[in-house]
Ligand binder design. Structure first.
Ligand SMILES: [Zn+2]
Length: 452
């Protein structure tokens, strides 16, 4: 039995961080550790088999009043590293101190406050997410300090593992890969549409916006991908070959709504969903992709939830917000869809690859403002096709250095490599280019599984 005693303040926050490291990451059974909060304790005191380890508190004791830590000035400005036990771990809160004692050790790195910082993303709420639904990712601590390609929460858990007795059963996790898709638009142009565009473009000239295709590009696309289901088939063949799960998030916009790239009630949408469901492939999970029209508007949210439920003929169990637009109000709405924990996958960078919440396994979300663990499990997405494009890699080698580094780490921590490839690209050559990259990535990941 592992016994913890902690300072008696910020109890929900401390409990969440302790459970995240012990239960979510290390896979300890909740019965294998006990946590006590005491007024006369000032650090995290860990007693294991008569040995005493002190993990110093360098954060929550400074903010005894609930939520008083939630200020921009409490986000660190500098990065230091912890060097105990031959490790080099980023310190978000704490200091570079490791003192081995006859019967234990003192650790200066506050892994609990640092884990809480990374997983709850409270920093993002202060940087504008609550009002705008998103924030400037270049302003995030992990990005500014260049540690966004390190799953540091997994690294913190490894430090903790050093002190655990061998009889504590840790769950064994396997490295897995999931290919997820935001279904943002799949309608292949009809010949009538192409004829109309031909006439329009002959009179008014070629479209000026990149996303609007020329009639020649439309023909090329139509010949390569003749039906609305063609793009899906391409990816499903890939995931079948690699025997991995594939998740589809469907948008359910109606006629006239902003960015209604396809309509929930049109024949093609029903056909595509019907086809995927008919496959009865246990690896396919169909989910919900709420449009930006739902942000801050509960009426639209409710409308879209009933549309997706009708289309799927069941309540969605997975989801991701379109444009990754969400805040705590949105997350609380996700929580009301089903009673069991719903799987969500919103934690991903727009313009870079890596670990936005510093972790490569699914974990429970925490409502920072209501101070409670949520009934939602986040599956952080680590590599997204559009982020590769927006990052503007100079060479293919630069891209692959990042990809290999990331995949190898997810493998090292037996994590879950969630990839996102959009189903929306209507330009044939771009689509083939991204599809090929997806294939190469899955190939690399499966070689990693088999060889190391
Ligand atoms: Zn989307």
């Amino acid at each position: 039995m592992i016994q913890f005693t902690c300072p008696n303040n910020n109890v929900p926050e401390r409990t969440y961080a302790i459970d995240a490291l012990f239960a979510d990451v290390l896979g300890c059974n909740r019965n294998d550790y006990s946590v006590q909060f005491r007024d006369d304790v000032h650090n995290y005191e860990l007693n294991v088999d008569g040995k005493a380890y002190t993990i110093e508190d360098h954060f929550f004791n400074r903010f005894v009043e609930p939520l008083s830590y939630l200020k921009l000035e409490n986000i660190p400005e500098k990065l230091n590293f912890f060097h105990g036990l031959g490790l080099e771990l980023p310190i978000i809160y704490g200091e570079d101190k490791f003192v081995r004692k006859e019967n234990g050790a003192v650790i200066g790195l506050d892994i609990f406050a640092s884990t809480f910082f990374m997983l709850t993303r409270w920093e993002e709420s202060l940087l504008g997410r609550e009002e705008k639904g998103d924030c400037d990712e270049s302003q995030l601590f992990c990005v500014k300090q260049g540690i966004h390609q390190r799953p540091i929460v997994n690294e913190y858990a490894d430090l903790l593992r050093e002190f655990l007795p061998s009889e504590v059963a840790l769950s064994t996790r396997n490295f897995e890969v999931v290919l997820s898709h935001d279904v943002d638009g799949f309608v292949t142009p009809t010949w009538t549409r192409i004829a109309k565009d031909f006439v329009k473009q002959t009179i008014h000239g070629a479209p000026t916006k990149v996303k609007n295709l020329t009639w020649k590009e439309e023909i090329k696309y139509k010949c390569a991908f003749p039906t609305a289901y063609s793009q899906f088939e391409m990816y499903t063949a890939l995931t079948e070959r690699h025997n991995i799960p594939e998740w589809f998030y469907f948008k359910v916009c109606g006629k006239g709504e902003t960015e209604a790239t396809y309509w929930f009630d049109e024949k093609l949408t029903k056909e595509v969903i019907g086809k995927l469901k008919k496959e009865k492939n246990p690896h396919y999970v169909l989910g919900f992709h709420p449009s930006q029209n739902t942000f801050g508007i509960k009426e639209q949210w409710d409308k879209e939830v009933s549309r997706i439920t009708e289309l799927l003929q069941e309540k969605p169990t997975i989801g991701r917000n379109h444009h990754l637009l969400y805040n705590y109000e949105t997350l609380r709405l996700w929580e009301t869809i089903i009673e069991k924990p719903l799987n969500i996958s919103n934690c991903v960078f727009h313009r870079r690859l890596g670990f936005r919440s510093g972790i490569c396994i699914p974990y429970n979300l925490f409502d920072t403002y209501q101070r409670r663990k949520m009934n939602l499990v986040e599956h952080p997405c680590i590599i997204m096709d559009s982020a590769i494009r927006l990052h503007k890699y100079k060479t293919k080698k630069d891209l692959w250095d990042d990809i290999e580094g990331i995949v190898d780490q997810v493998k090292k921590y037996s994590g879950c490599l969630v990839l996102t490839w959009h189903i929306y690209v209507r330009n044939k050559s771009l689509l083939i280019q991204y599809f090929n990259l997806c294939g190469e990535l899955l190939e690399y990941a499966s070689n990693v599984v088999n060889s190391k």
